[in-house]
Ligand binder design. Structure first.
Ligand code: ADP
Ligand code: ADP
Ligand code: ZN
Length: 220
């Protein structure tokens, strides 16, 4: 059985969440977004959420030990047997090493790392205009991808909101953090020979076609 152990890598605003919805629908694998899991913990005011919130509000990374724990737990769930789509994880070399260890123990490995590339000024425009569904987390954009009815999710009818960290100052910091801590992962996965570079500046449907071409057919 072909495994789809996939990673979506790219700067904040590259379109990872937008593409993730399409990928998981076609390839039948679960979407594992550490950002979504952390935001749910903040909302529910769990111990982890209270600890994570100050890092998230500042646009800094939550400590590796916290996110590695989240992912290890999630990979114990049976729905990950055929594969998974990691979105926003790993973001540091220690996180990538921890993921490799977990997969190694399961006799599995990363099948493909999709790196979505977009210019920095476009990223700022995308993030400051982003709106997210409170119920299903689908991202929209006030200009580039507006919902049919203002403030309402096309997918589930949920309410759209703006994330606290999608302000220009925090966005700039998140982009610096990406460059310093996450971009080195492209080399890490290049050494493993699993990288596919995707031009993320195109329209979402065109970006998705490049992703499909890189992944190959779902049923193979
Ligand atoms: P975006 O989609 O804009 O890239 P995410 O939703 O992935 O943002 O992440 C939002 C915030 O959650 C990050 O700025 C960071 O504080 C925290 N976070 C999410 N994933 C990780 C991770 N793998 N390691 C550390 N912090 C993380
Ligand atoms: P990420 O998960 O990488 O942070 P998102 O998928 O949330 O990125 O997208 C960031 C913002 O950019 C959202 O407002 C989304 O609607 C918009 N967006 C996503 N893909 C595109 C695209 N190809 N062209 C223009 N805007 C896009
Ligand atoms: Zn929704």
């Amino acid at each position: 059985m072909t495994q789809f152990n996939l990673i979506l890598l790219g700067p904040p605003g590259a379109g990872k969440g937008t593409q993730a919805g399409r990928i998981v629908a076609e390839y039948g694998i679960p979407h594992i977004s550490t950002g979504d899991i952390l935001r749910a913990a903040v909302k529910n005011q769990t111990q982890m959420g209270l600890e994570a919130k100050k890092f998230m509000d500042a646009g800094e990374l939550v400590p590796d030990s916290v996110v590695i724990g989240i992912v290890k737990d999630r990979l114990q769930e049976p729905d990950t047997a055929k594969g998974f789509l990691m979105d926003g994880f790993p973001r540091t070399i220690p996180q990538a090493e921890a993921l490799d260890e977990v997969l190694d123990a399961l006799d599995r490995g990363v099948t493909k790392t999709l790196v979505i590339l977009v210019d920095e000024e476009d990223l700022v425009r995308r993030l400051t205009g982003r709106r997210i569904c409170r119920s299903c987390q689908t991202p929209f954009h006030v200009m580039f991808n507006p919902p049919k009815n203002e403030g309402v999710c096309d997918v589930c009818g949920g309410e759209l909101y703006q994330r606290d960290d999608d302000t220009e100052a925090t966005v700039r910091n998140r982009l610096d953090v990406y460059r310093n801590q996450t971009e080195p992962l492209i080399d890490y996965y290049d050494r493993a020979g699993v990288v596919a570079r995707i031009d993320g500046a195109q329209a979402p449907d065109v970006v998705y076609e490049s992703i499909r071409a890189a992944l190959g057919p779902a049923g193979a």
